[in-house]
Design a protein around this ligand. Sequence first.
Ligand code: PLP
Length: 764
Amino acid sequence: MKFLSTRNSKLKISAREAIVKGISDDGGLFVPESFPKFNIMENLNLKYTDLAHKILSLYLTDFDSNKLLEIIEKSYTSFEGEIAKVSYKKDFYLELYHGKTSAFKDFALCLLPNLLTYAKESLGIKEKTLILTATSGDTGKAALEGFYNTENIDILVLYPTEGVSAIQKKQMDSTDSLNSKVISIDGNFDDAQSAVKKIFNDNKIKNKLSEKNIYLSSANSINIGRLLPQIVYYFYAYADLVNSKKISGGDKISFCVPTGNFGDILAGYYAREMGLPIEKLIIASNSNNVLTEFFMSGLYDANKKLKKTISPSMDILVSSNLERLLYHKSSDSVVREKMKELAASRIFTFENEFPEFLCGYADEEETKNAIAKTFYEENYLIDPHTAVAKHIVDEFGLKNTVILSTASPYKFSTAVLSSLGEKVSQDEFENIDYLYKISGVKIPREIKKLKSKKIIHDNKINKDEIEDEVLKFANRGMRIAVPATSANIGPGFDSLGLALKLYNTSELKKSKDLKSFNENVKDNLTYKAYAHTFEIYGEKIVPIDFKLNSDIPMSRGLGSSATCVVIGIMAAFSVMNKKFDKKEILKIATKIEGHPDNVSPAIFGGITASILEDEEVYVEKFKVSDKIKFLALIPDFKLSTERAREVLPKSYNKKDVVFNISHLSLLILSLISGDENNLKAALQDKIHEPYRFKFIPEINEIEKIIGKSSAIAHYLSGSGSTIMILLKENDKESEEFIRGKLKKLSGEYKLIPLEIDDKGAFII
Ligand SMILES: *Cc1c(COP(=O)(O)O)cnc(C)c1O
């Protein structure tokens, strides 16, 4: 399958190239050269990811099929519960908001980064990608999550200060990935979008970026890699209706789609062209009803003032994806002409008919009424975007129609509560709790977590500063990030370790000064590891400056020295242009460190079991159950590894050894299952903790406090002094309880909740 530009159908490129480019150089969007047929009646019982694999394979013909399935399966693990879920009320709702950011954008944006990374790698493209995205709220966060710490890809998100909901804002501003920057700009979404488009068309900036081997791309729905994954859920919904006996095979159904940039509904059009029995596709607009007008009259007129509504993700005047439909209905020359008119005067006319579409719109009052009516009559809670579609379905009296439910009501709790006639608080999180109280609808996991998240990005600029911000962001040096680790987990002495979302990072700058480099090698672990790696490969050392940024406290049993070693080795790999073979890096790091229990998780992420034997490192990585949370108790007290080693006995008695072996097997399995009783029993050690805990002043008091809380268990991290506490996922009290009690002791203690890092060391 080839893809061609809507403004030049002779330009044909592969799927991988189209995904990497995002937009055609002639300003056009990529579209498939034809629509492959797909018979849903022969595929009624596939699970979502298998259906996605079958459908996407028809378009992504230059992707390795097994690799594609692997990518799809990996991407959709970020969903909570069912990936796409049809809820049968008076109407049928296709719930598309169970992804990580609680809006349908997750369907494409969890996948696109992995498709892009594969496409770049397999095409041998080494340049860095800078994703520049304007958002009306949902795309921004979904893209930030999708590209979370993705190697060789940076992402800059711009949102309008006044145009997003409180939750959307907090979601974006709290993003803690190292490859991201979030900026709010004065103005509305159209201002943000046109500022971004200006940069895409600015050759001066593009040249400055390409001198640094950086090229721009977009996560907005102009990228064909965003559109294709959305076709799948139309087929999935149809199969669900047949399987639930709501329709018979072959019956035609309709879809009503809340529409802004015309991406979601266009995917429905693609599904129809592929043979899905669709009667009508209904375009649902809010008060910014440019599309409604266009489909009724053939006149596209964007010369309007953008209205701020309670469905902000649809507050758009220029719908990018409409260009694709115009192409499918006419030709590249017509599209060229119409887009020229649109650019010049924000207006154009188009004569062709659209028999497969219907359209309508809901104003603010109608949207609110739809929320209330659905809740009180169907006992079903919908968000304002979904409500726009619901209003139109009711207005037209449509049968056999699936309403695309595009966001969780909890993303817009204030608007939903006030639509229900309830009083609202200034505090969004109080509104969320109250909405839960009256509806009983489960709050999405990630929205729950959001309350306690730190604000990382607090950048407000005006429109004409965007250019500077882009260049400043692009000018950062190469960065390596390596997670903190906690080794010697309970009975897993010298073998079991886990990686935590707390990082030492380093920015690399080429240096000409060999003398200061050599000085550094004498007394700096990172430089030593760097130089050593060059020696191993018999290459001449390239002097370099490391700007180290450590978030991990030193000599506290959190693996900070292992991170320094790994940073040095990875920097050497990168300067030598060597492929990042993690096993190779582990081998070198283990040689320098002496044992693999800290460096393994630092490199691979997750929990690792590893051993060193005859210069060979054997390592297995596994995933800890989501049911467990980690809390680091860090005393204001360093413990040297040498001292901690000296106190250990030379030999152990058989009973203690057997104790540790049996507990270790149970520990590994219960970390996977998350069974708290087993964990409590398994997390005991007779090899090092009895000797080392003594070093920590006030240890008796500390253990007493932990014992009185609802914590599952604790262990000495590494060789101390950090004590790692395991908590149940829904334990909200223990952290505050322990914090309160620690204040009464004489030592200073830090208490930090930490999540598991599943990715390990990476370079950006
Ligand atoms: C983006 C978005 C829409 C509009 O989708 P388009 O593909 O831009 O038409 C509708 N609802 C929600 C919640 C959204 O985030």
